[in-house]
Design a protein around this ligand. Structure first.
Ligand code: AHR
Length: 334
């Protein structure tokens, strides 16, 4: 049963991954890899290090699972670690993979700045790197010059899309609490930037409080509880991910208000929990942020190993879910 589900899921996702790659390959071909970048050896099995940031939410679990599933097809022998939400552990996990001489490093940098130097250390040690999901500070380590590519969503655009929906849903009038993701993560920085840009152009909309809930459900609930007491006039919530939105929904209900009616909520990710909350009328909308990077990373690595250039940003395109399409979109939840 479980393996049947996995197989049918894979069948659903593989054409999607190919489509993403096809779209992405059309972009950015002008910028490509410097000739002195470490090469991916053309051998099987290829020893690939995958250093996860944490495993405390469905998004992270789906991301890790997508690498486990693609490993056999791609001829990858995986070395996997979990940094448990610590930048310094993720850095030391990667340093240990460098010391083990893995053939390729793939990882989502937890924060932009603390994870940038280890990308340079890998390059110095002759180990090629592909970043997935989040990026590093480009003034320290640059895609195409210091690592092969960044595979991921346009987080600024996700923020724009969330804000556009909220402007429409509230008729351009709202007092918003923003629950930010992990401070210093590119996902949090850019989702904030994109959302705030749109809100700034709408005089009837104001962000009355903005605080980090660290992309975690319980932290999101705690922060929302506190902010609800300080701002009882709140009419909308923008959470940088579904897990914090679900935490906020719990806090709103505990305060005797109705999520989706008294307070409109918009978020990002498209997890199963998020889609269920849309179907229940508690969450207004969620911009998808796909965690399924395994097949994309495999395709990019194989192309690069053959000597082909790949774009320095392999951009993933994301769906959008609200009450209009949530029922037919349930299959994409994870
Ligand atoms: O970097 C992507 C974000 O990280 C996802 O939105 C979130 O759920 C995860 O922890």
């Amino acid at each position: 049963m479980a393996s049947h589900n996995r197989d049918s899921r894979r069948q659903r996702l593989q054409p999607l991954a190919a489509a993403w790659l096809a779209i992405a390959m059309g972009f950015g071909m002008a910028s490509a890899q410097a000739d002195d970048l470490p090469k991916i050896p053309n051998k099987k099995p290829l020893k690939v290090g995958f250093a996860q940031t944490e495993s405390n939410n469905p998004w992270r679990l789906a991301e890790t699972q997508s690498f486990k599933e693609v490993a056999a097809r791609c001829g990858w022998q995986m070395v996997m670690t979990d940094a448990n939400g610590s930048n310094s552990k993720q850095v030391s996990d990667i340093q240990s993979m460098i010391a083990q001489h893995v053939d390729l490093l793939v990882f989502p940098p937890r924060e932009e700045k603390p994870l940038a130097p280890v990308v340079l250390q890998a390059k110095k040690a002759g180990i090629p790197v592909i970043l997935v999901d989040r990026n590093v500070d480009q003034s320290v380590a640059k895609a195409g010059r210091d690592y092969i590519t960044f595979i991921g969503s346009d987080f600024i655009d996700q923020g724009h899309r969330a804000a556009d929906w909220l402007v429409k849903a509230t008729g351009g009038k709202a007092k918003i609490i923003e629950l930010e993701g992990t401070t210093g993560a590119s996902a949090a920085n850019d989702r904030k930037k994109g959302f705030d840009e749109v809100i700034a152009k709408n005089p009837g909309m104001s962000i009355i409080a903005s605080q980090s809930g660290d992309f975690a459900r319980d932290k999101g609930r705690q922060v929302m509880e506190t902010l609800l007491q300080a701002h009882p006039d709140v009419t909308a919530v923008y959470a940088h991910n579904d897990e914090m939105a679900l935490g906020a929904i719990a806090a709103i209900k505990a305060a005797g208000k109705q999520p989706g009616k008294d307070i409109q909520i918009v978020t990002i990710d498209g997890t199963k929990g998020g889609l269920d909350a849309i179907a229940a009328g508690e969450l207004g909308a969620s911009v998808q942020s796909s965690p399924f990077f395994g097949p994309l990373a495999c395709d990019v690595a194989q192309k690069f190993a053959k000597g082909e250039k790949v774009p320095t940003w392999v951009k993933v395109s994301d769906r959008f879910y609200d009450k209009g399409n949530v029922q037919e979109s349930m299959q994409y939840g994870y």
